[in-house]
Design a protein. Structure first.
Length: 251
């Protein structure tokens, strides 16, 4: 028994320490052999709207970094990911520019706006306008429901829809409680990314409609139906609300 303890102390213990230090040294050496030039990161503090190359390293829905080289094909924990299949680019329809409104549509918008304006009180003589497309249909219906019990909202609101189907849906559910006018434009029904040309075209068209109302002396307030209203102007407290007017330059 004494010889066994002596052999353990004189042989196995030194071998353990030799293995331990060799393992530490080898692991440290391997760490310094990583080609750091193959892995790069970009700081995302400059905002998500800028185009960035490389592979997005995500954790859930959060982009934590942009990977290059090996990292573009690997995820966290060195788990290999399959490279995406090569796909052909989707042909996008040619931009046709800002939609033009027919004289009939312009007349309808002006007449409906004027009719709403005539029904408002003199002390707060303005109307709400919201321009939407078919992608905003459900959100607009939700906003209408949200403001149904609020005074002086529906009776002075004009929904301007780019397509007729959205107006039909609103009138089917709310009858004539709230006015809706169609611009008869059927090629702008889907949702568009912020900053894309189609999105800019919609904003430009909306500005043209506001200019049309302003040139016909119809005071209005532009609203968005993707917002939740908690209250409206309380006339009992004599709050003064002056809607902004677009400057109309006939030159």
């Amino acid at each position: 028994m004494g010889r066994l303890k002596l052999a353990f102390r004189n042989v196995l213990v030194p071998l353990f320490f030799v293995y331990f230090f060799l393992h530490i040294g080898f692991t440290t050496w391997k760490l310094f052999q990583v080609d750091s030039s193959r892995i790069g990161y970009e700081n995302l503090r400059d905002g998500p709207l800028l185009a960035k190359g490389g592979k997005h390293v995500k954790k859930g829905n959060v982009i934590e970094a942009i990977g290059y080289g090996k990292l573009s094909a690997m995820g966290f924990g060195n788990k290999m990911r399959k490279k995406p299949k090569q796909v052909h680019p989707v042909l996008r329809p040619k931009d046709e520019g800002v939609p033009e409104l027919s004289e009939k549509v312009k007349t309808t918008v002006i007449e409906e706006s004027q009719n709403l304006l005539n029904k408002t009180s003199v002390s707060s003589n303005f109307i709400y306008i919201a321009m939407i497309n078919n992608a905003y249909e459900r959100m607009t219906l939700n906003w209408i429901c949200n403001t149904a019990l609020m005074e002086n909202v529906h009776n002075r609101t004009l929904i301007i829809s780019m397509d007729s189907s959205t107006c039909h849906s609103i009138k089917t559910q709310w009858d004539e409680t709230i006015k809706c006018v169609s611009l008869d434009i059927d090629n702008y029904k889907i949702g568009y990314d912020w900053g894309r040309q189609q999105y800019i075209n919609i904003l430009t068209l909306r500005a043209n409609i506001m200019e049309l109302l302003t040139s016909n002396d119809i005071p209005h307030v532009l609203i968005e139906t993707d917002a939740t209203w908690f209250k409206v102007i309380d006339e009992k407290k004599k709050l003064i609300f002056k809607p902004l007017y677009l400057a109309h330059d006939k030159s």
